[in-house]
Design a protein around this ligand. Structure first.
Ligand code: SAM
Length: 337
């Protein structure tokens, strides 16, 4: 963790990374990201006890800003591994001076981050997983198959490992597994073979073209760009999005005080599967679980606030099509541990 942050709203240092990762000073006005299922998230968090609210994926603080304005008894700890989001979040929260800390770090380090801040228990938490619109829409970040850019895809540009490294160095089995597991790509072997045959690849448009040519014509009739699943899979692998999720949720569960609540928004099936299994196990609801998944808690420590995942309203999807794949799950801590 590096705490670049605005400890309690102090101005940020001008953040500049290593030569290839200059941090742009993104302000609220050009950080265009609409918070997803905002009303639903606020309603679920409304009853939490006073104390610390952890936003594990702060972004531009779209959700947290409204929540803090509504609850004067809440202090925010906001984590984001993307320093460019910090400027936008700082701008959005500046009028709440003294009530927030913005921390640069990955959310599987929740325990370390809270310990360093001297915080034992939290009253609520939010995980709004995946990428932000500014990440997707900035060509130089390399997240989008629609925009020409380098094969980067790092959310945290202070780290070394980029999409280019993964694409140009993985073997056929590794690449194919990534496409299958994280992208649900039906033609994972074909696509992986085509990528390996075309290496070295350095730009998003090169990767996109290879994928489009590898997918059989009949399948291109289905809605959605044929390279969408490959880009998603590689982004998830580069940022270890799935690998660290269960640990982050476990840490959150143990940090929550009794009656504290957590809301999780996920955007693809692999992510939602981990969230669902982890929560059901802690709520004592899963009876038979595969060996690699968490065992059900003998004494449940949480209760699910809804049995199944909630989805955005039709009007929200029309107004913000990027919300379409969102699935919201939430829980309340039912006993101290
Ligand atoms: C969907 S955006 C959050 C948007 C925010 N809720 C808002 O309304 O402004 C997700 C953010 O989480 C960050 N993020 C994703 N995975 C993370 C992780 N493992 N640790 C820390 N930050 C992460 C991304 O960099 C991105 O800024």
């Amino acid at each position: 963790m590096s705490s670049s942050s605005t400890a309690n709203g102090y101005p940020l240092d001008p953040a500049v990374g290593s030569s290839d990762c200059r941090i742009t000073r993104t302000t609220t006005s050009d950080y265009a990201h609409q918070p997803v299922m905002l009303t639903e998230v606020l309603n679920l968090l409304d009853p939490i006890p006073s104390g610390v609210f952890l936003d594990a994926t702060l972004g531009g603080a779209g959700h947290s800003k409204v929540f803090l304005e509504h609850r004067a008894d809440i202090r925010l700890v906001g984590i984001d591994q993307d320093r460019e989001a910090h400027f936008a979040a700082n701008d959005a929260l500046t009028h709440l001076h003294g009530r927030f800390d913005i921390i640069h770090g990955r959310f599987d380090r929740i325990d370390t981050i809270l310990d360093r801040l001297g915080i034992d228990k939290i009253s609520g938490a939010l995980f709004d997983l995946g990428v932000s619109s500014p990440q997707l829409d900035t060509p130089s970040r390399g997240f989008s198959f629609r925009r020409e850019g380098p094969l980067d895809m790092r959310m945290d540009r202070t780290t070394e490992f980029k999409a280019e490294d993964l694409i140009n160095n993985s073997n056929l089995f590794e690449l194919s597994q990534i496409l299958k597991e994280y992208g649900d790509e039906r033609y994972h072997k074909r696509v992986a073979k085509a990528i390996i045959g075309a290496r070295p690849l350095t730009t998003t448009s090169e990767l996109s073209e290879v994928v489009v040519n590898a997918i059989p014509s009949a399948s291109k009739k289905f809605p959605g760009h044929p390279a969408r699943r490959t880009f998603q899979a590689i982004r998830i692998a580069v940022n270890k999005e799935i690998e660290i999720l269960e640990s982050a949720l476990q840490q959150t569960m143990h940090r929550l005080t009794k009656e504290g609540r957590c809301v999780i928004l996920s955007y693809h099936s692999g992510e939602d599967r981990i969230v669902k299994k982890t929560l059901r196990a802690a709520a004592g609801l899963s009876h038979t679980v595969p060996k690699h998944l968490p065992k059900p808690a003998e004494t449940p420590i949480i209760r699910l606030l809804a049995r199944s995942g909630q989805t955005p309203s039709q009007s929200e999807i029309e107004q913000n099509p990027r919300s379409a794949s969102a699935r919201l799950r939430s829980f309340e801590k039912i006993r101290e541990d």
